[in-house]
Ligand binder design. Structure first.
Ligand SMILES: NC(=O)c1ccc[n+]([C@@H]2O[C@H](COP(=O)([O-])OP(=O)(O)OC[C@H]3O[C@@H](n4cnc5c(N)ncnc54)[C@H](OP(=O)(O)O)[C@@H]3O)[C@@H](O)[C@H]2O)c1
Length: 407
């Protein structure tokens, strides 16, 4: 009979407790898959256990504390002592990935993190293993379930952002303090991790530009519906202009886009590369048992000795001024010539209009347009000029749009 494989568990909250239960329930299946019985060597919480003693008794450490401190020290110590580590901690990886992966490489042990990105969707495994030698052009998708739920509620029932957020909180999809989710910061951390994986470049959280969904209005959503658009908070990591661009922003998608029907607290991630065309995966974005299941699959891979393709260094630079299509919402004086004047400002800045909806509102008019792909700096210059026109009644609002339906 083989020696038991001993797992040290750091954190026994939502995910840690679900992992401990799952490990017990699936012990026979894990033994069958790996050839080794598994057991918990100890658990660390704020009130229970000693890290040094647990490490000494463990063959592998599962880190489910969250945050960067003390998780960073514990993970580094475990790796340096030759123990592989599994973590679900996106903040830790997005802020200290270089140091942690360096420590794992130096010690020759694995650091796995499937559960840190897009919940139960096996996107890390797909990029590292299935597409490990594929030159990926773009990884993008819906990587925050809270914001997807809020936007889905706003679209389905026409409620304002605040009401949709309260519903998300009542259903347990949003935290009491939802700032990290709704500001796009949580998605930015996940995109830093995905960009590192896809492009082998040391992207950190502070290099990801992000915007949130707090400013979205029911008007934006109802006008967009007339243009067959649906609103998502997207994370995008892509090759652009000889470098890479990694961003998070609210974005309208055309009805036929594979991400358009992804609703509620679900996540979905797409990978594009010439060799694979396009692959889309979707599933629950969070939850104790779902996240624990992704953690357990990493544990099984490590016991089985499956090592992901190792990261190579890359000299790809981050580029900031990329091209996008935009939805532009303007409230203007309802006078002859205003539309022509706005079209002239856009044209002067090489921004071309694709479609326009115009509505009267008293003495004013609302113009909702979609513009073709243009340099974001050109669009920003046009919007700044439009904002200064006497005919404008409110600051311009704009949201990016993905125009293509399918590759
Ligand atoms: N919840 C999800 O759906 C989800 C989804 C994907 C990824 N994740 C990630 O999974 C990780 C865990 O999340 P969670 O929701 O399970 O968190 P949680 O419910 O807050 O649990 C955290 C656990 O860590 C322990 N802990 C906190 N600080 C500690 C310290 N200084 N020393 C020792 N133990 C400490 C806590 O101990 P006490 O019990 O003593 O408080 C608790 O047991 C995070 O990185 C999170 O981002 C979570």
């Amino acid at each position: 009979m083989s020696e038991p494989f001993r797992i040290g568990l750091l954190g026994r909250g939502t995910v840690g407790a679900a992992f401990a239960d799952l490990l017990g329930e699936r012990a026979a299946a894990v033994e069958e898959a790996t050839g080794r019985p598994v057991e918990l060597a100890g658990t660390l919480t704020r009130s229970e256990g000693d890290f040094g003693e647990i490490l000494g008794r463990s063959d592998l450490i599962v880190e489910l504390i969250g945050g960067t401190d003390p998780a960073r020290e514990y993970v580094l110590e475990a790796l340096r002592s030759g123990r592989p580590v599994v973590t679900a901690n996106k903040q830790l990886l997005a802020q200290h990935g270089e140091e942690l992966f360096g420590a794992a490489r130096e010690a020759g042990v694995q650091l796995r993190f499937e559960a840190a990105v897009a919940g139960v969707i096996p996107i890390v495994r797909a990029i590292q293993e299935s597409f490990g030698v594929t030159e990926i052009d773009k990884v993008f998708g819906i990587v925050n379930g809270t914001t997807n739920f809020i936007l889905s509620e706003m679209a389905a029932s026409g409620v304002a952002y605040g009401e949709a957020l309260s519903r998300a909180q009542n259903l347990g999809y949003a935290e009491a303090d939802p700032t990290d989710d709704v500001s796009g910061a949580d998605a930015a951390a996940k995109m830093a991790i995905l960009a590192r994986l896809a492009f082998h470049a040391p992207v950190t959280l502070d290099q990801v530009a992000y915007e949130g969904i707090e400013g979205v209005t029911p008007d934006d959503i109802s006008y967009a519906r007339e243009l067959d658009l649906s609103l998502k908070l997207l994370g995008v990591a892509e090759r652009r202009d000889g470098g890479i661009s990694v961003r998070v922003f609210p974005c309208f998608l055309y009805g036929g886009h594979p991400l358009a029907p992804v609703a509620g607290p679900f996540n979905a991630v797409m990978v594009e590369a010439p060799a694979i065309t396009e692959v889309t995966m979707s599933g629950p974005g969070a939850g104790g048992i779902q996240t624990a299941s992704a953690v357990l699959s990493d544990v099984v891979s490590i016991i089985s000795g499956e090592a992901p393709v190792h990261e190579a260094g890359s000299d790809l630079e981050l580029v900031s001024d990329v091209s996008s299509s935009f939805y532009l919402h303007l409230e203007v004086a309802d006078r002859p010539g205003v539309l022509a004047q706005i079209a002239r400002v856009l044209g002067d800045n090489e921004v071309w209009v694709k479609s326009v909806v115009q509505r009267g509102i008293g003495d004013d008019a609302r113009l909702v347009m979609v513009v073709h792909e243009c340099r974001e700096s050109n669009f920003a210059a046009a919007v700044a000029e439009i904002a200064g026109l006497d005919e404008l009644r409110a600051p311009p609002r704009f949201i990016r749009v993905i125009e293509e339906e399918f590759v």
